[in-house]
Design a binder for this molecule. Structure first.
Ligand SMILES: Nc1ncnc2c1ncn2[C@@H]1O[C@H](COP(=O)(O)OP(=O)(O)OP(=O)(O)O)[C@@H](O)[C@H]1O
Ligand SMILES: [Mg+2]
Length: 338
């Protein structure tokens, strides 16, 4: 399948009073046409910084330094002049954030906001843009779209606003949608509806999706591939079935163990990875996960393992998973409970 986006050795450093802090450190991955790629990891692992760096949303003049390469088809987004970047954002690559209320402008109607996205990026008359905006509202499942078109964000419920956000994001038929926790602020029923909508757009329009979420069950249900991030790096990558059926990195195993299993007859203990994600100015030497890893050895504490391909479809950053042992261990390791 054709590649839509290729991220190579991306590093994002913030300039702070305490010096440069590297929030994303050498991240490489690709997104293929029409696929849904999940990005998971605990809070503070660099998921949002990675996605915002792709669109260069941080201010480079004063605040941030990007290195590496982000290729969108033939264009290198990290070096593209800002003017051209504007025609990528929102048109070829769109983003949906968690907080729809603060992303929509309160003083314009929802119709105006969708129309604006269309008029900036596409050659349309106002009448055409209006018709297209109403069609978008209809497509994202907003009832009575012609009336809703004239309403302001505050007149809509949270779920409706999130749908409007998605309508704005999809108005120009992007080839890639980056959805950063698109449903976190919504109640469970609406969450499911919004996810169904994103999956439907993915299937119907062939739009690739990068889905950032804490909800592993949603990833299992909707994504084709998964990237697991820890402290600014990718620690594991593979197909959904690889990651869920046979996680290899102790961190991924910990994340997987923290999903309650309702369907097994055997009672499964719920594990929790101990400790918390370190701050960026306290990055451990060696494997970044070593201080929290129940299997860590001296080697792990001294040397950072590379991300290496262990099977055809799965890569892992761990000294103890490699091609020789096929990434498999004889005994499934057991975490200490608690
Ligand atoms: N503007 C910023 N300036 C300095 N550090 C930042 C900035 N934004 C994020 N960081 C730091 O970068 C790291 C990664 O943050 P990021 O927001 O990408 O995490 P995340 O994986 O998206 O977490 P969450 O699941 O909570 O959304 C964190 O340590 C965070 O404190
Ligand atoms: Mg985030």
């Amino acid at each position: 399948m054709e590649r839509v986006l290729q991220v190579e050795n991306l590093c994002t450093e913030f300039k702070t009073e305490r010096g440069m802090l590297k929030a994303v450190d050498g991240v490489s991955f690709e997104v293929r046409e029409g696929e849904m790629l999940g990005i998971v990891g605990e809070s503070g692992c660099g998921k949002s910084v990675t996605s915002q760096s792709i669109l260069r949303l941080y201010d480079e003049k004063s605040f941030v330094r990007y290195t590496g390469d982000v290729r969108f088809h033939d264009e290198s987004l990290l070096t593209l002049p800002e003017k051209q970047m504007e025609s990528v954002r929102g048109a070829k690559i769109s983003m949906v954030f968690q907080d729809a209320l603060s992303s929509l402008n309160p003083v314009f109607t929802v119709g105006d906001q969708i129309m604006e996205a269309i008029l900036i990026h596409q050659k349309r008359t106002k009448a055409e843009a209006k018709a297209q905006a109403i069609e978008m509202l209809n497509m994202v499942g907003i009832p009575d779209p012609a009336r809703r078109f004239h309403q302001y964000p505050f007149e809509l419920s949270g779920g409706m606003r999130q749908r409007v956000m998605i309508a704005v994001a999809l108005a120009c038929h992007p080839q890639l949608l980056i959805a950063d926790e698109p449903t976190t602020a919504l109640d469970v029923t609406i969450q499911a509806q919004i996810m169904d909508l994103i999956v439907d757009m993915n299937k119907r329009l062939g739009m690739a999706v990068m889905l950032i979420t804490h909800d592993l069950a949603v990833v299992a249900e909707t994504c084709d591939r998964v990237i697991v991030m820890y402290l600014g790096q990718i620690v594991e990558e593979g197909r959904v079935e690889d990651i869920f059926d046979h996680p290899m990195h102790p961190y991924t195993m910990g994340l997987m163990n923290s999903i309650p299993k309702l369907d097994t007859a055997k009672a499964t203990r719920l594990y929790q990875i101990s400790g918390t994600v370190p701050l960026l100015n306290q990055i451990p030497v060696g494997c970044r996960f070593a201080p929290r890893c129940p299997y860590a050895t001296d080697l792990c504490r001294e040397e950072m393992p590379g991300l290496s391909r262990v099977t055809q479809t799965q890569s892992v950053r761990c000294h103890y998973r490699n091609e020789q042992n096929g990434g498999f261990v004889e005994e499934p390791p057991q975490y200490e409970a608690g």
